[in-house]
Design a protein around this ligand. Structure first.
Ligand SMILES: *[C@@H]1O[C@H](CO)[C@@H](O)[C@H](O)[C@H]1NC(C)=O
Ligand SMILES: *[C@@H]1O[C@H](CO)[C@@H](O)[C@H](O)[C@H]1NC(C)=O
Ligand SMILES: *[C@@H]1O[C@H](CO)[C@@H](O)[C@H](O)[C@H]1NC(C)=O
Ligand SMILES: *[C@@H]1O[C@H](CO)[C@@H](O)[C@H](O)[C@H]1NC(C)=O
Ligand SMILES: *[C@@H]1O[C@H](CO)[C@@H](O)[C@H](O)[C@H]1NC(C)=O
Ligand SMILES: *[C@@H]1O[C@H](CO)[C@@H](O)[C@H](O)[C@H]1NC(C)=O
Ligand SMILES: *[C@@H]1O[C@H](CO)[C@@H](O)[C@H](O)[C@H]1NC(C)=O
Length: 611
């Protein structure tokens, strides 16, 4: 991309633009400025030359961290002063390699013998001199160099509109570089990028970049940039035509704009006057790049048409289910891969920003007990998540469904352990602690080997690292699985998930739904209190799903019930963590605490048949 851009730029640019290839020994500079009036002509073996070599090496190394370094080396009269700068999106080893060879090339090739040289490259620059005063003045941006793209916007009106747009873009980007967020940052990058909408004569977006050396204050940086922005009308064309791209490079600050993207866009790239639709597209491109770079696994942005084809236009036959968030469809990609397509309801309040955060969050979660997100699709109001397809449906269908053959205790034990592992991962080991908040059987899916995978992180929230509980304005979750503190105070934490997990375990063991009323000695109980009562009276065998027959170990199942009852205790503090739970489940010898009797906080649901 950069090579191509270079080629279309002014003829004054070096013809060997293919020298941009980082692997070749010499990268061609855009411009070399050797100051012949600066005095001494240094010869091979001179003290000045060896000081210059030492300074070049030192500055190149020191620029590794921030892309900027300045300093001097040696003693007068052979002291050398220098400064190096990498473009804000081209730092690290690639830039410092370039800087080091720039010093070598300048001394040997471009400015042999000159005491004072400035060399501008596409993505970095070096400056050295024997006159320290030249580098000590932050207001001195000389020597300046400018170049322009050969393509033009023509016609007085269009040219004027274009120049106004480009100048506005530069102004705003300069503000960001000088005073941008966070303004008080101790090591500001003084680098900013932006985009504006033009949409005439084949130019749709204008991309802009400005940068100052980061040792300038905000005011100095802004004033330096104002100086070169003010030169744009003079340097770039005339009233009848304006180049579609150009740059002005100085020692202290520089600017560039083009009709094609030439820098790495980030979420801080300013967007001016951009149509909403386009904004979305750009955001998506950035989103994909950020996700792909953060997650090793492949994550894709799907075209809406591709999703439509995969699901036969979201046909009724392909519908797998629906929930508060929208519908889920089965789909098959042209590669024959089966996918589950979650089409969020168009009225879902979620804006792009929330959606983006959520996607970034889920895309990075990788665990064998979590359903993997393959990608997403966004088109105007459409918000679609694409997951791996789970052939064996949900736990809901498995334990409450119509199937004649229900999974035996061994399969269910395996499922319980898997869910516990998945939850432990999102609570403790994922890059950010996550609370699921809507754990229920229909959100536990099964792969072809009956491994459980937790799905639907649609309402997951990142816990603040220092605060394990956080307040939420809207209660979300599913009736029957919601922990008491969540119902009454709208406070959720990992312990609320532990509660839901406990309820799940009781359902898996009993084959009975949490929302239901179960009679014991003439009284009606909901599942949680029913289970506690049976456990208390040492009648656990009555809780166990009759379909197990004799095929289970009594002690093991009693243990699981006890763990579940510990999880569903009223007080969040009394509940174990998921770490405790996995330990209790795997270590049959560990003594367990006695679960407290459930209070009657719970909504009296009554008999569903009577409703
Ligand atoms: C060139 O060097 C001379 C002598 O040091 C200095 O006065 C002048 O400002 C330099 N020019 C540039 C563009 O740095
Ligand atoms: C450095 O350059 C190589 C080769 O062009 C490229 O693959 C790599 O991504 C670059 N590294 C960075 C940090 O830009
Ligand atoms: C320095 O001297 C060398 C050899 O005499 C000559 O080729 C070169 O052009 C001189 N450089 C300057 C900047 O005067
Ligand atoms: C850019 O800023 C300069 C000085 O701050 C101002 O004079 C000029 O009108 C601005 N131009 C645009 C298009 O915003
Ligand atoms: C989907 O619907 C569009 C019209 O809405 C139709 O042209 C297209 O053929 C349909 N595709 C399939 C696979 O049914
Ligand atoms: C689970 O899926 C596999 C492969 O699709 C299938 O052979 C198996 O019968 C399924 N098991 C259940 C319980 O549905
Ligand atoms: C949650 O909000 C309520 C009322 O606004 C407040 O009393 C309570 O302290 C908050 N809890 C947390 C954990 O922030």
């Amino acid at each position: 991309m950069l090579n191509l851009l270079l080629l279309v730029l002014t003829t004054s640019w070096p013809p060997a633009a293919s020298g941009q290839d980082a692997s070749s020994a010499t990268v061609s500079p855009l411009n070399t400025h050797c100051n012949a009036t600066a005095g001494t002509n240094h010869t091979a073996g001179s003290a000045y030359l060896s000081n210059l070599r030492a300074l070049g090496g030192a500055l190149s190394r020191r620029a590794l961290a921030t892309g900027f370094a300045s300093g001097s080396y040696g003693a007068a009269p052979d002291e050398v002063h220098g400064l190096v700068l990498c473009r804000g999106d081209f730092t690290g080893g690639n830039c410092t390699d370039g800087l080091a060879s720039a010093f070598r090339d300048a001394a040997a090739q471009f400015c042999p013998g000159a005491a004072d040289a400035t060399v501008y490259y596409d993505q970095y620059m070096i400056r050295y001199t024997n006159d320290g005063r030249l580098l000590s003045d932050p207001g001195d941006n000389e020597p300046l160099w400018s170049g322009k793209n050969m393509n033009e916007v023509t016609g007085a009106d269009a040219a004027a509109r274009f120049m106004a747009k480009a100048t506005e873009l530069m102004n705003r980007t300069a503000d960001l570089a000088a005073f941008g967020s966070p303004p008080s940052s101790s090591s500001p990058s003084r680098y900013a990028t932006g985009e504006t909408w033009f949409d005439e004569q084949g130019v749709s977006v204008v991309y802009g970049l400005v940068q100052c050396t980061p040792d300038l204050t905000g005011e100095q940086c802004r004033s330096c940039l104002a100086g070169i922005i003010a030169q744009m009308p003079k340097l770039f064309g005339d009233a009848s035509s304006r180049p579609v791209g150009g740059r002005i490079l100085g020692v202290r600050c520089n600017l560039r704009y083009e009709k094609d993207v030439f820098f790495k866009e980030t979420s801080t790239t300013i967007k001016l006057n951009m149509p909403k639709k386009l904004l979305l597209q750009r955001d998506l491109v950035i989103l994909e790049r950020e996700i792909v770079s953060e997650s090793d696994e492949r994550f894709s942005l799907f075209k809406f048409s591709k999703i439509k084809d995969a699901t036969d236009n979201f046909s009724r036959e392909n519908k797998l289910g629906e929930g508060g968030f929208g519908h889920v469809y089965k789909g098959r990609l042209t590669t024959n891969q089966d996918i589950a397509v979650k089409r969020l309801a168009p009225n879902s309040a979620q804006g792009f920003k929330e959606f983006k955060n959520e996607i970034k969050l889920i895309a990075c979660l990788q665990h064998r007990n979590l359903v993997r997100l393959l990608g997403c699709c966004i088109k105007s109001k459409e918000r679609i998540l694409v997951y791996e397809y789970m052939p064996n449906g949900s736990l809901d269908g498995l334990i409450f469904g119509e199937e004649e053959v229900k999974p035996n205790w061994h399969v269910r034990r395996h499922i319980i352990e898997g869910i516990a592992e998945g939850l432990l991962y999102i609570h403790d080991y994922a890059h950010a602690c996550i609370v699921h908040r809507d754990l229920k059987p229909s959100n536990i899916l099964l792969d072809h080997e009956m491994n459980p995978k937790i799905s639907d992180f649609g309402i997951a929230r990142i816990c603040l690292s220092s605060v394990t509980e956080s307040n939420t304005t809207t209660a979300i979750g599913t009736f029957g699985y919601i922990a008491p503190e969540y119902c009454s105070q709208n406070v959720y934490s990992t312990k609320s998930d532990v509660f839901s997990f406990g309820i799940l375990v009781l359902e898996i063991i009993s084959g009975k739904r949490a929302v239901g009323s179960y009679k014991l000695s003439g009284r009606s109980y909901e599942l949680r209190r029913y289970a506690w009562q049976l456990w208390k009276e040492e009648r656990c065998d009555e809780l166990v799903d009759p379909s197990f027959g004799e095929d289970y170990q009594e002690m093991d199942i009693i243990r699981c019930i006890q763990v579940a009852l510990l999880c569903v205790q009223d007080s969040a503090e009394d509940r174990p963590t998921m770490h405790d739970v996995t330990t209790m489940l795997s270590n049959g010898n560990r003594r367990l605490l006695m679960p407290a009797q459930p209070g009657s906080f719970n909504i009296d649901i009554g008999d569903p048949e009577e409703l």
